[in-house]
Design a protein around this ligand. Sequence first.
Ligand code: GAF
Length: 396
Amino acid sequence: HPATTNHPDRPVGPVTDRATAGFSGEYGGRPAGVWAAPGRVNLIGEHTDYNDGFVLPFALPQRTVVAAAAEKGRRWTVWSEQAGERISFGRADAAEPGRVTGWGAYVAGVVWALREAGHDVPVARLAIASDVPLGAGLSSSAALESAVLTALADLGELELPLADRPALAQRAENGYAGMPCGIMDQSASLRCQPGHALFLDCRTLAVEQVPFDLDAAGLAILVIDSHAPHRHVGGEYAARRTACEYAAATLGVTALRDIAVDQLDSALARLDDETVRRRVRHVVTENQRVLETVELLRTGRLVEIGPLLTASHRSMRDDFEITVPEVDTAVEAALTAGAYGARMTGGGFGGCVLALVDTAAAETVASTVTEAYAAGGFRPPTAFTATPGPGAVRLD
Ligand code: GAF
């Protein structure tokens, strides 16, 4: 993928080679296999997944790679290039959430979730390298879970249909790592296909691969990493989720998905808290924007999704209140520079902005954002263009 500006501190060499070399360096010999799972950007549909709603992510070219081999011992051993350390854990650790913490919790969590689901997980040695930026809202944790899950499923020849995998990876994160996320990121990392966005109904888990051929249309998605320090991410995320669940219970529905956009006003009239009303308005209108975006993409009207992206951003800013000045600045600067639409992507409170632009305009949009950052006194952003890549795969 053409980088508009390079990510700083990126290790040298292809990520696959780094994982394989890491395996040989740490354990000796060759891995039995190499697996990869991508980070994602979400085109539209934010904070809708845990409301049983709709999302439309696509897989990034940046991936997390696991080189691994089953082994006879009793402990899983895991080396991470990004963490610069090697950890190990046994069955008892993998049986009890909280015993492995930090980045290792995502690996132990996958072993835990698989075992809880009754699978005979092979003990293994793993070496992990990644190009997915950490803490940028591009789902580095889902990429890690998905790569490890895919590796262990193959090594153990586990009977595990693709459609069932995202829920297991999500369970690792909810139940072991302790983050109450929805199912979008793991679904994206595991189920996306090149050239397509993944339209996922988070209630039924039905998927539709929606064509999203940016190259053919002369368009690009510019991903701008705001580098805003993440503030209160975990607590704020959980608070949004609680507000949505409270609203659904008050309205007598299973989830906010059950409120259609033409029922919004009457639903709002039955809620007495202004903050809760705003949260509901975001979720209900956001679901509708996803449906409209999918409809446009099905008929190849890519440029026309721009206003929906921007409306999504304003809804996150004003109603869901999950943006920060850096991402608001990036969105407005991108629009000023001619983007068709722009929005923050991911859970919020920092992270990345995506902008739909003419390929030829990507550089200009990126530099306009950089200038706006300088004027605002923010740390410089970084940016790259992304086209939809593949979901989790075995590489070797
Ligand atoms: C984070 C979560 F992990 C997802 O499940 C989703 O809720 C997203 O925030 C917001 O749309 O990425």
